[in-house]
Design a protein around this ligand. Structure first.
Ligand SMILES: C[S@@+](CC[C@H](N)C(=O)[O-])C[C@H]1O[C@@H](n2cnc3c(N)ncnc32)[C@H](O)[C@@H]1O
Length: 397
């Protein structure tokens, strides 16, 4: 079986020279000053000016640890820690998708840039699976701001069924259609026509669910909040994607919702944005539980924090999922969990590449050597994978 999206970008001679100086787990700080690079000078200047450590720039993965957050720029060495731990090249799109816990059969569609965006923006499916497992009864969902479908995939793994998805990014929707079954509506949710179509189709779908729990999933990107903290700004700001989100809740009255976002949401406008969102959701008749989840503590080989606000119509708080893995040094005697999954464990059965190579026609290098590789190669379900971690846990106790 060949491996889709196993493509790594080419590198300039200078970038190649720079990354050769960086050991596993290292960064730009390992590149000698004799190497002449404008980007490097820029990074050094802002480091010296105290504008942050830039510690991940020109970073190389540490094979013995989870990766840093996979963002949408994992094709560029100067924007994070995305150099392969054992080869002088960037991680491939498939490798990035694996660090996000997408299975290898999940095909990403679109230009190289479009695929990077879909992968970097996604909720890790295994994290979404953990969230879905916290909800007592399985039901149907509408997926807003659906992207490639990482959040939806995790919910489907848990037994939920997607009935409708919306995004304005046509490539992301093609990927969604390729891999998931929900009907899709393409277009900007702020446009009346699109909004009405989502309401109409959503209502039909919820009605046809025959009493199964109905949910809205998805988090509106919240950069649009301009003058945080005043109710007026919430109402007036046409760029604010929370407005159509709240309006859809009002129109469709689902049994619950899962609102996912970046942790920065909690501090935006000195915390006022979050307060306002909670207030609006509360007024809409939902009790809301807020969780900050760290992917690496849930069997995912990546450090990535996300906020989840889970709303239920009932007066009920939902307890967050229980971590399945842990940084070993933090575990006490009685809370010993298996260690976090490392980037080498996640990637080392994939074929080697040289910069610029598309290895999508290559075969796996070897049989899977651990449960994570079995998961992404479709040999374990999400449930079996998580159970395998629990088995490792009881063996460790
Ligand atoms: C963080 S991504 C979603 C990731 C997705 N939940 C997943 O797990 O793969 C946010 C998405 O919102 C979409 N989006 C942004 N503004 C939008 C709008 N006005 N209408 C519809 N979709 C929008 C973007 O195209 C992007 O795909």
């Amino acid at each position: 079986m060949s491996i889709s999206n196993h493509f790594t970008p080419s590198l300039s001679t200078l970038d190649l020279e720079m990354i050769r100086h960086v050991p596993p787990g290292g960064s730009w700080k390992n590149i000698p000053s004799t190497v002449s690079s404008e980007r490097l000078k820029q990074i050094r200047r802002s480091f010296e000016a105290g504008e942050g450590s830039r510690s991940t720039y020109y970073g190389r993965l540490n094979p013995h640890k989870p990766s840093y957050t996979i963002n949408t720029y994992f094709n560029r060495p100067g924007n994070g820690c995305f150099v392969h731990y054992g080869e002088d090249r960037m991680i491939s799109q498939r490798e990035a998708a694996r660090l996000q816990s997408f299975p290898d059969h999940f095909l990403f569609v679109g230009s190289r840039g479009a695929v990077n965006k879909q992968i970097g923006n996604a909720v890790p499916p295994i994290l979404a699976y953990h969230v879905a497992e916290c909800l007592a009864n399985k039901g149907v969902f509408i997926d807003l701001f659906c992207g490639a479908g990482g959040l939806a995939l995790g919910f489907e793994w848990s037994g939920w069924r997607g009935i409708l998805a919306n995004d304005k990014d046509a490539d992301a929707l093609k990927t969604y259609e390729q891999n998931l079954t929900a009907e899709t509506i393409s277009g900007d949710i702020q446009q009346d026509l699109v909004f009405r179509a989502v309401v109409e189709k959503g209502r039909e779908g919820f009605h046809a669910a025959g009493g199964a729990p109905t949910f809205i999933l998805g988090g509106p990107p919240c950069q649009g909040f301009s003058t945080a903290g005043k109710r007026r700004s919430m109402d007036d700001d046409r760029n604010n994607l929370f407005i159509p989100y709240a309006a859809l809740l009002k129109e469709l009255r689902p049994d619950g919702f899962v609102f996912e976002n970046v942790p920065g949401l909690l501090n935006m406008g000195g915390g006022e944005v979050y307060k306002l969102i909670r207030e609006v959701l509360g007024v809409s008749g939902y009790s809301v539980s807020t969780w900050i989840l760290q992917s690496e503590l849930f069997g995912i080989p990546q450090r990535r924090k996300r906020v989840f606000m889970v709303g239920l119509r009932e007066e009920q708080q939902v307890p967050p999922p229980v971590p399945t893995t842990s940084f070993e040094e933090k575990s006490g005697l009685f809370e010993k969990l298996p260690p976090t999954v490392t980037s080498k464990e996640a990637l080392d059965d994939l074929p080697s590449l040289r910069p610029g190579q598309d290895g999508s026609n290559l075969e796996y290098e070897k049989e899977p050597t651990n449960p994570y590789q079995q998961l992404v190669r479709g040999q374990l379900t999400a449930r079996e994978y998580i159970s395998s971690l629990c088995i490792r846990r009881s063996a460790a106790l």
